[in-house]
Design a protein around this ligand. Structure first.
Ligand code: ADP
Length: 603
């Protein structure tokens, strides 16, 4: 199989993204590589595709034990046999993995850096053929990065102990020149092909807000994002705990994550978030590295992080599936005090001299200054980040809160109440056009024939342009306050009740309604989408994996738009690999056909 066939068969994609092909070709030609690509750019495929094509085993050094299982599960969903070797396995399980690996059962094995120099592991590596060594999150090798891990320094010794030097590949999302040099030198890459793709993540919208009361602002965002998956980052465990308690009591769908929780709780909470049982995870920066949850649609920083690298890495966990996603920073001056405290009280690092410690402190202070600038004064937010990573930028991006004129959001509680109330008064039996006519006060034949001109809401929005009313309705459809029946009639979702009767307010982000979205709510058959999502949940539950491991959100939404009826049509949907097609194709097709049949009968 060639690389295109592998990409298509296992991953269901028809073409490589920027940088992927170059890196894969180099690896297949036996050359070391260093891939510096932003989160979500598709680094995994750069080593997974050649891993499947090379003889022998690819070892992937990955920093977080807890996440290896998820990665192995995800690969197994794609029909790729892989394993992990870490402290969570019993001796018996470890031996099984070693035996199976020696029998050639695995193409990819994940391992924590701490294990590399243990006698058993070294012995194992002498007995098998390691054709590639891949270092994921390679910035962990450098003191100058933000996730330094001492065990990463063992990698070059480990390589020298192998009977045959494998091709060595290193990947990271964030790397300044200093970190890049460290990666190359400390790992001992030999004449690597370096590919640095653009850092821009076009689907991310950046926003900085300086609210009077952060909690109030946060609630508003969470209400706006209701039903979607997101991360709220805090700088301290205490903040995480306090926010978590507050929001939990207010019945938000939240969980939490920080290093002070027990291992079991961390695992449980993380699984609940990844499995979509909780919409929001409130976490310190201990959460996220290596997390492969593709449908995170917002990342809110409740506190300003210490540098742009950390910010961009954490914010970049949104929108990995390519869908539009938001990155919001809630800033206040007290964030600076907290970050300065962290800089003045660093963790012990025995590898550094006093002089180096002081240099590092100065460096961190400089980085903090840049972060403060971003939070308070930057012109275009995206351009500022890209320039920070040394990328040339042109003009305004028009996809950040600064470019959109700091007018970040508007309160739309009153129009929401009018629209919802109107829908209710026509007993949820009318579509958008009639609702607009009533609110605008248009005395059409139909309106008069139905006596809608006698309703209390008739003319309630006569001051607004029809297009404005329509935009509001589209917005509420998009954020699932209201939905559309197959007949086109609008009906209210449960959460409207809070706005109509419980004094809850709702905000709309003016600029965001202008943002283009390829899948407008009208294109999607919402009821079919719900059916397909339920089916996906069931299948995921059976296999013990998160929903998006069965099929991505993109693929499910695309199905609810295109309504494929044959395997051929289904195959055309991006992200559905041959393996998934064989495994799930028929059940999804049946569900679509059943849905369409039922709806035709009703019509
Ligand atoms: P990274 O490790 O760089 O953060 P991932 O490897 O997790 O990114 O990839 C992010 C998403 O992009 C995944 O859902 C992945 O399947 C998808 N992806 C990667 N390569 C391609 C491609 N060539 N075409 C379409 N989607 C891709």
């Amino acid at each position: 199989m060639n690389k295109f066939e592998v990409l298509n068969k296992y991953f269901g994609y028809s073409e490589f993204r920027r940088g992927q092909e170059e890196l894969i070709d180099a690896i297949l030609n036996g050359r070391d590589v260093m891939g510096i690509m932003p989160t979500g750019a598709g680094k995994s495929i750069c080593f997974q595709v050649p891993a499947l094509m090379l003889e022998g085993i690819t070892l992937v050094i990955s920093p977080l034990i807890s996440l290896m299982k998820d990665q192995v599960n995800a690969l197994s969903q794609l029909g790729i046999r892989s394993a992990y070797i870490n402290a969570s396995l019993s001796e018996k399980q470890l031996n099984t993995v070693y035996d199976k690996a020696q029998a050639g059962r695995y193409k990819i094995i994940y391992v924590a850096p701490e294990r590399l120099l243990t006698p058993v592991f070294k012995e194992f590596c002498r007995k098998v053929r390691i054709s590639m060594l891949c270092i994921d999150e390679a910035h962990c090798v450098s003191h100058w990065g933000h996730d330094f891990r001492t065990a990463y320094l063992d990698i070059s010794e480990f390589i020298s102990l192998l009977p045959e030097r494998p091709v060595v590949t290193a990947f990271t999302a964030t790397a300044t020149q200093r970190v890049r040099d460290d990666i190359e030198n400390l790992i001992g890459l030999e004449n690597p092909l370096k590919v640095v793709t653009g850092f821009d993540r076009e689907n991310l919208y950046f926003e900085v807000v300086r609210p009077k009361v952060k909690l109030v602002a946060l609630r508003r965002y969470l209400d706006l994002y209701s039903g979607r998956s997101g991360i709220v980052y805090c700088s301290s465990r205490k903040n995480v705990d306090e926010l978590y308690e507050t929001l939990r009591k207010e019945k938000y769908s939240v969980t939490r994550y920080h290093a002070g929780l027990t291992k079991q709780e961390r695992k449980l909470n993380q699984d609940m978030f990844i499995g979509d049982e909780r919409e929001i995870i409130i976490a310190t920066n201990a959460f996220g590295m290596g997390i492969d949850k593709s449908n995170v649609s917002f990342v809110i920083h409740y506190n300003m992080p210490g540098d742009i690298e950390s910010y961009y890495q954490e914010a970049g966990r949104a929108g990995r599936d390519g869908n539009e996603a938001d990155c919001v920073l809630l800033y206040s001056a007290s964030d600076i005090r907290m970050q300065k405290y962290f800089i003045d009280n660093p963790e012990e690092n025995p590898c550094l001299s006093d002089e180096e410690i002081e240099t590092l402190r100065q460096l961190r202070l400089q980085k903090l200054e840049k972060m403060i600038y971003y939070s308070t004064k930057a012109s275009c937010l995206r351009n500022y980040i890209l320039a920070y990573f040394g990328e040339r930028t042109k003009g305004k991006c028009n996809r950040c809160s600064v470019c959109n004129g700091n007018e970040m959001s508007i309160d739309v509680t009153v129009p929401a109440q009018k629209i919802f109330s109107c829908i209710k008064r026509v007993r949820e039996c009318e579509g958008k056009r009639v609702i607009i006519d009533i609110l605008k006060g248009n005395e059409t034949e139909y309106i008069l024939s139905k006596n809608y001109n006698l309703l209390k809401t008739f003319g309630a929005m006569s001051d607004s342009a029809e297009s404005e009313i329509e935009k509001h309705i589209d917005h509420f459809l998009k954020f699932a306050y209201i939905s559309e029946k197959r007949t086109g009639s609008l009906y209210l979702e449960e959460k409207c009740g809070d706005i109509l009767w419980n004094g809850k307010r709702v905000r709309k982000f003016a600029e965001k309604t202008e943002r283009s979205s390829s899948n407008t709510s009208q294109d999607v058959d919402i009821r079919l989408l719900l059916r397909l999502k339920t089916l996906r949940k069931l299948l995921a539950h059976k296999s013990g994996v998160p929903d998006y491991s069965v099929l991505t959100d993109y693929a499910v939404v695309k199905m609810a738009i295109d309504k494929p009826k044959t395997m051929e049509q289904l195959r055309k949907i991006e992200g559905i690999s041959e393996h998934k097609l064989n495994k799930f194709g028929t059940v999804f097709l049946k569900e679509i056909v059943r849905h369409c049949g039922e709806n035709i009968e009703k019509d």
